[in-house]
Design a protein around this ligand. Structure first.
Ligand SMILES: [Mn+2]
Length: 247
């Protein structure tokens, strides 16, 4: 079984080259894999619902739908930009929405996949914001608001959060090691794959004398390190390099 993992694409109309790279990936090399996992923050702007036609959303959804009708299985876990995304996204795109923390099997090994925002527990202000945002009653309320109001709320909220983020220290923005250990124990896995922190890399960890690994995907603002699982091997590779090699 082969799989591709991508995260933190932050696609927006301001960066047409990234949108092109995404379309090239989905129309080309992604078709040679059994599974594609989107680990959140696909969009730069907050997702406000299935009627969200903010450019370049329509072309992104179209590319996803075209891939999802092939033999490739496409999955998404929500990032902090997609907390309003729900199972109905499947009807729109054919993409399966997975729980925020999901255990999958890679090369016979159990792996926990998630966006990664829930690992940054030192950032208690964000964790509080997330808790409020995923509240079912609040979500139901937001979803019945007119489209224009939802767009204004979302697009007004995001620049403020980005400014706020820039004021936070590196430590707060990264994962809390204790939370990583807790999660891996809770789900009983020796492999964790996530994005969100924009600190791509492979970390070997020793948890209770068990050899474990944490793989962090990169963001598409920069090199866009994606994870390729093929022939029992796991490899992080920049998106442009991957597209170049695949063509
Ligand atoms: Mn994120």
């Amino acid at each position: 079984m082969s799989a591709l993992f991508i995260s933190d694409l932050h696609l927006s109309a301001n960066q047409p080259d990234k949108v092109d790279a995404f379309k090239k990936l989905l129309n080309g090399p992604a078709k040679n894999f059994d599974e594609l996992y989107l680990l959140g923050d696909l969009f730069e702007e907050f997702w406000v619902g299935n009627d969200d036609t903010t450019p370049p959303n329509p072309e992104i959804l179209q590319s996803l739908a075209s891939l999802a009708i092939t033999q490739v299985k496409v999955f998404i876990v929500r990032g902090n930009r997609e907390l309003l995304l729900d199972e109905s996204f499947n009807v729109l795109t054919g993409v399966t929405v997975l729980p925020d923390m999901s255990v999958i099997t890679i090369n016979g090994e159990k792996a926990l996949i998630m966006h990664g925002d829930q690992l940054c527990t030192l950032d208690w202000k964000y964790q509080l914001f997330r808790k409020i945002m995923i509240n079912k009653f609040l979500q139901a309320l937001i979803k019945v608001l007119p489209y224009d109001v939802r767009i204004q709320l979302a697009h007004g909220l995001r620049p403020g959060m980005t400014r706020h983020k820039n004021l936070k220290t590196d430590e707060i923005m990264d994962v809390a090691p204790e939370t990583v250990e807790q999660m891996m124990k809770k789900f009983n896995v020796s492999l964790l794959i996530h994005g969100h922190t924009h600190k791509p890399g492979v970390h070997d960890l020793n948890i209770d004398n068990k050899f474990t690994k944490r793989i962090v995907l990169g963001d598409w603002y920069r090199k866009g390190e994606i994870l390729i699982s093929r022939e029992d091997k796991l490899e992080l590779k920049g998106i442009n390099e991957f597209l170049h090699d695949a063509c």
